[in-house]
Each structure stands twice: as structure tokens, then as C-alpha cells.
Design a protein around this ligand. Structure first.
Ligand code: PMP
Length: 454
């Protein structure tokens, strides 16, 4: 299994047999491998490192908290750090979504959201309201409950017999609005799919509907038409179904607003956060709920039936507080909005220049480009051609990191990548990003042509 020349490693890595360079260190928007090679982290790792690598302020906060205490179990103690973090998030969140339940990953956050939604109805004696509805183009996490809600076919495939069949409607996908409806009509049609699904299932059997405000890993920054989420909100309220906004990727400033859903001034009942809330300095995530959910549970059993050993640990909370304070001090949400426009404008140019680029899209610093075999018909590449993975490898070789977005809806949605640099990126660095991306695409386009797959 290991050759004499290779260093022995017992770490199970994502792909068997692949050589991964070892990371040495990072600074700002760059990462360096042990050989000294530099990478521009144009996807913030997994859309995570929102304020950049190795920032002094966070390192100081880590040390200060560690000198006091790192771990105190949430059943024994609260802490200043965790209370401060919850207070900041309540101030950032829309409407009356004020309460935070802390976990350690996005999957745990959506898993917990599902449990809280079911418990909320149980507290009111509505025991059959325990089904979650979700969309086919979606990703909500890798644990069984989170995967049940996810329409990410590639990740579901192996476990289908164990999963609940929650995905049941399509997500609006303006690039592939086949009937060519105008934006309002398209938004309405897509949202009304939810109402039809609720009627089919029976509202008395449905606890919640979950959606990503902007689709990430299974679509590549797919932005819904205006009006979609307002109508979703209306439908959920009308049928007494909770609306869960999965903000794990879009939350905490990434899209140029505090939360993705803020683009449409809609208030969900539950929000899940992860990734950028800690900027990757620690595994940390949260499920946020509204006052009325919290009140119902408080007046009922009085405790949420979820939680993990590391939930709400002071060390992680202190790190998140320092990350969000840094964002506030440097106005990074506003910066993400402005630089996002600059990035998208350049990506739109790339869309014009390259025949394999079907669309460039996104909001703030969550952007994506979709690859197509035929620009006119929008025919996607077959997944077997591995276009996204090859594109990512090519970019990586050039020192540019971009992120895959393939949902596995073969023949429906194709290959896409996410471009989501840290929110601290400057415009001259975006120019460098675009330069490397252009080189990557030129090379890939020529290679695909030679191979006859394009
Ligand atoms: N929800 C969304 C929208 C995500 O993008 C992700 C991660 N890509 C998750 C949930 C799962 O988060 P994690 O990988 O931290 O478990």
C-alpha cells in the first residue's frame, strides 16, 4: 500500500491513492504548501475562511480564551464567550430569530433544525407533523438526517434505503428556466410547487420546509428570482409549516448581506449557520430559532432534544466572537457586496469569452460559473467526463483554489464551480484571480476539444 519513497500515513484521505500536498501555513487569502508553493484560496477552503488565514486578532483571542478555559460542558456551565456570541448573532439575524443552539458542523446544525421543527409541533400535541420537505437541488449535510433533506444525488446514492425521501420539489434555476417565463412568473411557479407538495403530503404531516437562500454545493451559487422566497414564506405561514433557511454557506456576510435571505427581506423561523461564522478557525455552527419557537419549547418540555459534547464550548465561541468582531471592524459585509460586484463583472466577461462557460452568477462573494457542452442549447457535459474535477485540478496546479458544485442531477444540472474568496480580498487580488482562472479555462477548453468531449 505504501511505497518506500512515500511517507507512511494512516490518515484516510478523500481519494484513495491521490497525493495531497502537505500544508505548511496560510496568511490572508493565501495558503502555502511545505514545498513553498503558494495558492490563492479563491474558495475560502470550503467557503469557510471568511476573514482569511492566520489573522493576528483571532490568534490572540484563541490564546486569551485558552489561558482561561477551553472546555466547560454546556450542562455544567455557560460562559461569557458563548453568551456574547449568541447576542451578536441575535443582533445580526432578521426579525425575531434570536436564539442560538450551538453545534460543531453545518450537518449538525441542519440535523438539529429538523429535530427542533418536529419538537416544536410535538410540544403543541401535533404529533403527525414530522416530515420535512426540501428541494432536489440542495445540500444540507452529510449525516443521515441532513442527507435525507439533501437532494444531492451523488452523496445520497449509496444510502438511499436508509434515507427519508424529503426532497420533492425543484429549485428555481433561472439559467435553465426552460419555458422562458418572466422572472415573477418563474418565481411564482417554482414556489407554488411547494404548495402543491404540501397539499399532496397533507399539511398535518409536514413540520418544515428547508432551502438554501442561494444554492451552493449542488448548483454553484444559483440565485433565485426575486419574489421566490417571499412567496415561500407566505405558503409556509398559510399551511403552518416552519421555514428553515440553511445559511451554512450563505450566512454571516458571505453574500454581501448579513444572511443570504436578507436579500429578499424574508424572515425564516429557523436558520442554520456554520462555515464562515468561525472562518474555519474552529469547528463551530449554530441552529437559530425564533422567539415563538423558543417560547413554545420553553413552555413545553423546556429543553431541546439535541446537542453534542462540543456544543457551545467557550473556546470555539470566543473564536467566533473575535471573527465577527473583525468583520464588523473592517466592514467586511459591505466590502463583500462591493467586491462581489467587481468579481461578478469580471466573471461575466469570462462568460462572454468562453464557449464552455454557460453562465456566471452569484451574490456578494459567493459566485459560480457553470460549464456547458453547448452554449446555445445549454446542454451539460455528461458527469462521467468529470469536467468540474478536472477544472479544479487544473486551477490547483496553477496555484488557484476553486470549489466544486456538482449535485449529480445528470442531464439536468451540470458542472459548476464556486468562486468565493475570503471577504478581505482586494480588487488587485481579484484581478490576479481572474487572470489565473482565464488561463485555467483556456487550457481546459483546448484539452476538452482535443479529446472530443466538447
Ligand atoms: N448546508 C449547506 C448549505 C452547506 O453548504 C453545507 C456544507 N457544504 C452543509 C450544510 C454541511 O456542513 P458541514 O460540511 O459543516 O457539515
Amino acid at each position: 500500500m505504501d511505497s518506500k519513497t512515500e511517507r507512511k500515513s494512516y490518515v484516510i484521505k478523500p481519494e484513495w491513492g491521490k497525493q495531497y500536498p502537505r500544508i505548511s501555513h496560510g496568511k490572508g487569502i493565501y495558503l502555502y504548501e511545505e514545498s513553498g508553493k503558494r495558492y490563492m484560496d479563491a474558495c475560502s477552503g470550503a467557503v469557510t475562511v471568511s476573514i482569511g488565514h492566520a489573522m493576528d486578532e483571532v490568534v490572540d483571542a484563541m490564546r486569551q480564551q485558552a489561558e482561561k478555559v477551553s472546555f466547560a460542558y454546556r450542562s455544567h456551565f455557560s460562559s461569557e464567550a458563548v453568551e456574547e456570541l449568541a447576542e451578536i448573532l441575535a443582533a445580526w439575524a432578521p426579525g425575531n430569530v434570536n436564539w442560538s443552539f450551538f453545534v460543531s458542523s453545518g450537518s449538525e446544525a441542519t440535523e438539529t433544525a429538523q429535530k427542533i421543527a418536529i419538537q416544536y409541533w410535538q410540544e403543541q400535541g401535533r404529533m403527525t407533523k414530522n416530515r420535512i420537505l426540501s428541494r432536489w437541488m440542495s445540500y444540507h449535510g452529510i449525516t443521515m438526517g441532513a442527507l435525507s433533506m439533501s437532494g444531492h444525488v451523488l452523496r445520497r446514492k449509496r444510502f438511499v434505503p436508509l434515507l427519508a425521501d424529503y426532497p420533492c420539489i425543484s429549485a428555481p434555476y433561472p439559467y435553465r428556466n426552460q419555458q422562458g417565463l418572466d422572472s415573477d412568473a418563474y418565481a411564482r411557479q417554482a414556489a407554488d410547487e411547494l404548495e402543491a407538495a404540501i397539499i399532496r403530503t397533507g399539511a398535518e404531516n409536514v413540520a418544515a420546509f428547508i432551502a438554501e437562500p442561494i444554492i451552493g454545493a449542488s448548483g454553484g451559487a444559483v440565485v433565485p428570482p426575486d419574489g421566490y422566497f417571499a412567496r415561500i414564506r407566505e405558503i409556509c405561514t398559510k399551511h403552518q409549516i416552519l421555514f428553515i433557511a440553511d445559511e451554512v454557506m450563505t450566512g454571516v456576510g458571505r453574500t454581501g448581506k448579513n444572511f443570504g435571505i436578507d436579500h429578499w427581506q424574508v424572515t425564516p423561523d429557523v436558520m442554520t449557520l456554520g462555515k464562515g461564522m468561525s472562518s474555519g478557525y474552529t469547528p463551530m455552527a449554530a441552529t437559530m430559532v425564533s422567539d415563538s419557537i423558543m417560547q413554545t419549547i420553553a413552555e413545553g418540555s423546556g429543553s431541546i432534544m439535541a446537542g453534542h459534547t462540543y456544543s457551545a464550548n467557550p473556546q470555539s465561541a470566543a473564536i467566533c466572537v473575535s471573527v465577527i468582531r473583525y468583520m464588523q471592524q473592517h466592514q467586511l459585509v459591505k466590502k463583500a457586496e462591493e467586491n462581489g460586484k467587481y468579481l461578478l463583472q469580471h466573471l461575466k466577461q469570462i462568460e462572454q469569452e468562453f464557449d464552455i462557460v454557460g453562465e456566471a452568477r452569484g451574490k456578494g462573494l459567493l459566485c459560480g460559473i457553470e460549464f456547458v457542452k453547448n452554449k446555445l442549447t445549454k446542454e451539460p457535459f455528461a458527469l462521467s467526463h468529470q469536467v468540474t474535477n478536472r477544472m479544479i485540478q487544473k486551477a490547483f496546479a496553477k496555484g488557484l483554489m476553486i470549489y466544486p458544485a456538482i449535485g449529480g442531477l445528470d442531464g439536468v444540472a451540470g458542472d459548476a464551480v464556486i468562486i468565493s474568496p475570503p471577504l478581505i480580498i482586494e480588487q488587485h487580488e481579484i484581478d490576479e484571480l481572474i487572470h489565473l482562472l482565464r488561463q485555467t479555462l483556456q487550457e481546459a477548453q483546448a484539452e476538452f476539444k482535443k479529446e472530443g468531449i466538447w
